[in-house]
Write a protein that binds this ligand. Sequence first.
Ligand code: AMP
Length: 177
Amino acid sequence: MSTPGDISQLVKTMIREVPDFPEPGVQFKDLTPLLADADGLSAVTDALAATAAGADLVAGLDARGFLLGAAVATRLGTGVLAVRKGGKLPPPVHSVTYQLEYGSATLEIPADGIDITGLNVVIIDDVLATGGTLAAATRLLEAGGANVVSAAVVLELTALGGRDVVAPLRVSSLHTV
Ligand code: AMP
């Protein structure tokens, strides 16, 4: 059984830091080494799932949140819903557009074929940065009728203030920088 300190250290040591990607000034946090490691993936999945007990459904955010969300869902015994970037899903969709530093982005979920009305949903993603993506995903799922109870991420970039942007949503992070 890993302690929160163990998990935090694991994440710290298994993330690859990529300076100036995808643009100058951004320190990209690449979780590939962590996710590709059997023990790393298992430990992170357990730790994320421990924050999400009682959820009816896991929502994974495009794209690394798909991998983590599906893994967490199998631990919890729930299904997983992929929250996609705009234009990937056939209609009808629920859609939300939000502002980025430059331009805007859209997230979508199916409006047909699944019914998330009244479900307690936990959102899973890799990184919480400015919080714009998580805030938009929360609005989107709520527009579909779900009750977003919490979110969990592997890594939180505290200087960017994402936690305040999504407040009062409860957010768990396995490692903070
Ligand atoms: P934000 O909306 O600013 O909180 O950004 C969150 C989304 O962008 C997540 O889905 C992350 O995958 C990605 N992201 C933002 N900043 C970084 C970063 N420094 N390293 C890796 N991924 C990032």
